[in-house]
Write a protein that binds this ligand. Structure first.
Ligand code: ADP
Ligand code: ASP
Ligand code: MG
Length: 403
């Protein structure tokens, strides 16, 4: 008997009808003779609605209390789904992450899974029950509920698939696979039959929210057999794997991220250790830094510019200003109206024409590049936020319409 993990996202469980639809998919898999472990997100826009409710009361609520609040969304979904399966006469049980023992770090709102206890779920599976677990959350050493970052239910599913050595981990969503770019921005984006873990990881890290980036990281590490499929239509999705059969002559896709902000520390001393002090300080506050640029300033000073998540901007400015005397910078310039567009493809950097082609597309569209950043399989550009969608369309057309 094989174990299949099935994860359903917010839009797939948004109302009673969709929950019944999901229960139908689960039932079919179970009645084919598989063990089924289900992971659910909160219904529709529940997580956003809960954030809005919190803001009405206290816009500076602590992350611990936010996690306490946001974790309720997933709890509603699992109970309702279990009720739908019960009504079909199928044996099932819903469990919150703390009941399972999904142990995480204590970094509220951005916790990482440390380990998963398998006893409780295994006991339920041994009773031939369908087990439905809350996605997006864990429990820390003090027994407090944590959340894994927006979109984190994908990571819960892959972590469970790895812990139980599932034969397959299916991510059911509102698109029928991974496309060459967000099909909601570019209507002629192409569906990929398969994509490598590395390419998917870069796309997800650069904003393609179809999979949470940490889920791909875990899938690669534990060789989880992962696929993205539609919960609304029965058709083949996209397989995410180590090696893909098609030889790459093109890029895999284009991603965009408008959730970032740019911070510039202007007028830093040009001494050894300055960059270390700045980024050590930010890392101690769990603020992730992405693109970094250091440039020569005026009169023996330097500027360090970097990008962070918009949600961390206020905290980053506060922390840096608190240490202004020690860091000895002149002032901070912050810009929230920026975005990043990236192209991703295996072997991209060994093909020097690819970056030029991306820049040509931007030039032809009259779009200014603020910063450039590359990895072995990615080229990213920082742009004005208002140019982002136009840039995605122009770059996608350049790579996919002319081939
Ligand atoms: P879920 O609620 O199921 O977790 P998400 O909204 O998190 O769904 O992710 C699915 C969405 O990801 C799609 O509706 C699509 O707009 C977006 N998306 C962004 N980039 C891509 C891509 N390259 N391929 C497919 N979907 C993408
Ligand atoms: N409900 C959470 C969110 O909206 C987690 C998820 O959907 O994966 O971010
Ligand atoms: Mg998601």
């Amino acid at each position: 008997m094989s174990l299949i993990v099935q994860k359903f996202g917010g839009s797939s469980v948004k109302d009673a009808q969709r929950i019944r639809n999901v229960a139908g998919i689960i039932a079919e898999t179970y009645l084919e003779g598989n063990d089924v472990l289900v992971v659910l997100s909160a219904q529709g826009d529940t997580t956003d609605d809960l954030i809005a409710k919190a803001e009405e009361i206290n816009p500076h609520a602590s992350k611990r209390e936010m996690d306490m609040l946001l974790s309720t969304g997933e709890q509603i979904s699992v109970a309702l789904c279990a009720m739908a399966l019960e009504s079909m006469g199928l044996p099932c049980i819903s469990l919150a992450a703390w009941q399972v023992g999904i142990h995480s770090t204590s970094v509220h709102s951005d916790a990482r899974i440390r380990k998963i206890d398998t006893e409780r779920i295994q006991a339920e599976l041994d009773q031939h029950r369908i087990v439905i677990v809350t996605g997006f959350q864990g429990v820390d050493r003090s027994g407090d509920v944590t959340t894994l970052g927006r979109g984190g239910s994908d990571t819960s599913a892959v972590a469970l698939a790895a812990a139980f050595r599932a034969s397959l981990c299916q991510i059911y969503t509102d698109v029928d696979g991974v496309y060459t770019t967000d099909p909601r921005i570019v209507s002629n984006a192409r569906k990929l039959e398969e994509i490598t873990y590395d390419e998917m990881l870069e796309l997800a890290s650069q904003g393609a929210q179809v999979l949470h980036n940490r889920s791909v990281e875990l899938a690669k590490k534990f060789r989880v057999n992962l696929e993205v499929v539609s919960s609304l239509e029965r058709k083949p999705g996209t397989k995410v794997k180590e090696v893909t059969k098609v030889e790459k002559t093109n890029i895999a896709g284009v991603a965009k991220d408008t959730s970032i902000a740019r911070v510039a520390l202007v007028g830093l001393q040009h001494n050894p250790g300055v960059a270390f002090q700045v980024f050590d300080l930010l890392s101690k506050h769990n603020i992730n830094v992405d693109v970094i640029l250091q440039s020569i300033g005026r009169e023996d000073t330097k500027d360090i510019t970097f990008t962070i998540h918009k949600k961390d901007l206020e905290e980053a400015e506060d922390v840096l200003n608190e240490h202004k005397d020690a860091l000895r910078f002149d002032h901070i310039e912050a810009d929230e109206h920026i975005g990043k567009v990236s192209i991703v493809g295996a072997g991209l950097m060994s093909n020097c024409g690819v970056a030029a082609k991306m820049f040509e597309a931007l030039y032809e569209a009259g779009i200014n590049i603020q910063m450039i950043n590359t990895s072995e399989i990615r080229v990213s550009v920082l742009l004005d936020e208002e140019d982002v969608n136009r840039a995605v369309k122009a770059i996608h057309a350049k790579f996919f319409d002319e081939t």
